[in-house]
Design a protein around this ligand. Structure first.
Ligand SMILES: Cc1cc2nc3c(=O)[nH]c(=O)nc-3n(C[C@H](O)[C@H](O)[C@H](O)COP(=O)(O)O)c2cc1C
Length: 219
């Protein structure tokens, strides 16, 4: 298949070794941030926070979060151009949702007279996924993974390499980035940058996916 989307998706891959001398341009970082912001989410909940680690100090702090586990991902903390922490809100309340509905109205997307209908009606989706302690992190985390997928595709189109990392330590990230996370939980991060030529064993390998008929059925 020769479509440019398929070409980009075949070219993107999980980088295993970054060239520490190469940095993503400020223009591309702007595109990446805006693509993240534009990610879709159930009921437009946007129950997330994305933290872009760019400075040496931020990278050192992220490096420190690998003290206890998943050290195989640790080199990316300093060698990749940037890392993005993708964090979900474990207790996404109706009060927080009201801010999103505010944006629905101020943006012109929702007529003002439908404000309460959206706030009360749509939030039912969140309520249906909320337990007796107010925890709805399974649902909000699912939204964060939509942003991750959107980000992976955006990076593929920009020709920027990346490494999704569930191999992170949510507890240490939670304490070392406590202030910035503001109650959000980070269980997945994305290193981004440019691979080290000749030293990344994963670069240039064929895609290893299930056969189309095994995963997709058209009725
Ligand atoms: C949610 C998620 C978590 C992942 N965690 C890691 C990780 O911690 N370290 C790593 O090297 N690769 C990680 N990967 C990369 C996958 O192994 C990789 O995407 C998969 O093998 C497909 O290969 P490709 O990305 O090169 O196409 C992760 C991928 C995803 C989507």
């Amino acid at each position: 298949m020769t479509h440019p989307i398929i070409k980009d998706l075949n070219t993107r891959y999980t980088a295993k070794k970054y060239d520490a001398t190469k940095r993503i341009s400020a223009d591309d970082i702007q595109v990446i941030k805006e693509a993240l912001r534009l990610s879709a989410s159930s009921i437009n909940s946007q129950p997330w926070k994305f933290i872009v680690l760019e400075s040496d100090d931020a990278k050192q702090r992220f490096h420190d979060t690998f003290a206890n586990k998943h050290q195989f991902n640790q080199p990316h903390a300093k060698e990749a151009s940037h890392t993005i922490l993708l964090a979900y809100d474990p207790k996404f309340t109706k009060e927080k949702y009201a801010k999103r509905v505010d944006a629905e109205v101020t943006s012109g997307h929702l007529p003002e007279d439908r404000y309460n209908m959206m706030l009360d009606g749509a939030y039912g989706f969140a309520e249906a996924n909320t337990d007796e302690n107010g925890f709805n992190g399974n649902w909000t985390k699912a939204q964060v993974y939509i942003a991750l997928g959107n980000l992976l595709h955006t990076l593929a189109r920009l020709g920027i390499d990346s490494t999704p990392m569930e191999g992170v330590d949510p507890e240490l990230i939670g304490s070392i980035f406590e202030k910035e996370l503001a109650g959000h939980v980070c269980e997945v991060a994305l290193a981004i940058g440019y691979h080290q030529d000749g030293e990344d064993y994963n670069h240039g390998l064929p895609k290893a996916r299930m056969h189309m008929d095994d995963v997709i059925e058209v009725l």
